[in-house]
Design a protein around this ligand. Structure first.
Ligand SMILES: Cc1ncc(COP(=O)(O)O)c(C=O)c1O
Length: 404
């Protein structure tokens, strides 16, 4: 490759990546390096022209795509379609919200409506409410367990183009029937999108149940260590993903940075190991909380008395690492309890190797209107716990002392 050889200066700008590689060698590192470059070079102007015309494939500009992004995209496609006879295309974003916003912008046109589950991540609600006004679209919230009610809405409102589910749901830990929901959406010529963040593709593959789009906050389990932000949008219409969705990501500038994609790639390598441990730890914590006299209810899909246990058992490989619970003393008891927590970390995120605890009504779901929060079970007395991969006895001991 022809490299830049300036005649009049020898500053750092004159050194390109090619200058540090031996001539005519193919360097294939075991561990992917971080491609911290905003643009890519061409051997000739003819090649540049062919690449811009789309006649030849090459990296152009890192807002369009870059090697660290493509690496994690291919990996997520394999995870979401593993063992299935399904094709899918994944695109990686700077955050989960970047993926959700791009889904919204690429599927909905002015005059269309989105039918969304009421108990989803707070900022997803905030996004839908905010942009429905700006984009002249409509958002309707409903209980996704009530299929008859959903069908009535779909029959009445012909402009619904997208159903938006989240299962398991944040923070109430309900499980929704993806096969039934995709069948219903398709009967009414709508698409079904699912936020698969809580399960991760290791525990749940929505494409298996006919789902059209899968979104992830990869900031959570896929990264796994709380070290960076990222998100994914996966679609079974490969052409639509490669053209429409890719174009909106390019125009919005919401691709994941090479550094965050590099961190994500490292995290994804240990996804299965971490998820297995998250699940066994969460089950142990749920059983501890269930028998505690200060606890009113425990929402964990692994508990046999959870109303969605049988469905989760059919739809998921295991029950996940997040649970939520209500204290008998309500909001006041929550504050007292959270002040005493020492080992668990008080923060609004989830899905990291460390155990994270938070109060949805005043933190992650603060921006959801109070009435909607309460309708969908996000009460002032609810606490969400994302159980990490530590020795579970340390987590239980902390909860026990804080509940005293
Ligand atoms: C279920 C769920 N979906 C989406 C998001 C948004 O992801 P991000 O924070 O990476 O934008 C979150 C964030 O907490 C989440 O919990």
């Amino acid at each position: 490759m022809k490299t830049k050889k300036p005649k009049h200066s020898a500053g750092v700008a004159s050194v390109t990546a090619q200058d540090v590689l031996p001539e005519n060698t193919t360097i294939i590192p075991h561990s992917a390096p971080i491609y911290t470059t905003s643009t890519y070079l061409y051997e000739s102007p003819e090649k540049a022209q062919r690449v811009f015309e789309g006649k030849e494939e090459a990296f152009i500009y890192s807002r369009w795509s870059h090697p660290n992004a493509e690496l994690v995209e291919r990996k997520l496609e394999l995870l979401e379609t593993f063992g299935l006879n399904v094709k899918a295309k994944a695109l990686v974003f700077s955050s989960g919200m970047g993926a959700i916003g791009t889904l919204f912008q690429s599927v909905l046109k002015p005059g269309d409506a989105i039918l969304a589950q009421g108990n989803i991540y707070g900022t997803s609600v905030d996004y839908f409410n905010h942009y429905s006004a700006a984009f002249k679209t409509e958002v309707i919230y409903a209980d996704f367990a009530n299929l008859n009610q959903l069908e009535t809405i779909l029959r009445q409102k012909k402009n619904i183009k997208l159903l938006y589910a989240e299962t398991p749901s944040n923070p109430t830990l309900n499980c929704y029937n993806l096969k039934a929901l995709s069948g219903l959406a398709h009967r009414y010529k709508a698409k079904l999108a699912v936020d698969n963040t809580f399960a991760s593709p290791y525990l749940q593959q929505p494409l298996k149940f006919g789902v059209d789009f899968v979104v992830h906050s990869a900031t959570k389990y896929l990264n796994g260590h709380g070290t960076g932000l990222s998100g994914f949008l996966v679609g079974r219409d490969v052409k639509f993903m490669g053209k429409e969705v890719w174009k909106i990501r390019k125009l919005n500038g919401t691709i994941c940075s090479p550094f965050d994609a590099w961190l994500l790639n490292i995290g994804m390598k240990t996804l299965s190991l971490r998820m297995d441990k998250h699940c066994t730890n969460a089950m142990a914590v749920a059983k501890f909380l269930e028998q505690h006299t200060a606890v009113a209810t425990v929402n964990y899909l692994g508990l046999k008395n959870h109303s969605d246990h049988a469905l989760a058992k059919r739809q998921m490989k295991n029950f996940g690492g997040v649970l939520s619970f209500e204290l008998k003393g309500g909001y006041k008891a929550c504050l007292k309890f959270l002040k005493k927590i020492k080992f668990c970390q008080l923060t609004a995120s989830l899905g990291t190797i460390d155990t994270l605890i938070q109060h949805p009504a005043s933190m992650s779901h603060y921006f959801v209107p109070k009435q909607q929060r309460e309708t969908f079970g996000i009460t002032d007395g609810l606490i969400r716990l994302s159980v990490g991969i530590e020795d579970v006895q340390d987590v239980i001991a902390d909860l026990e002392q804080a509940l005293r």
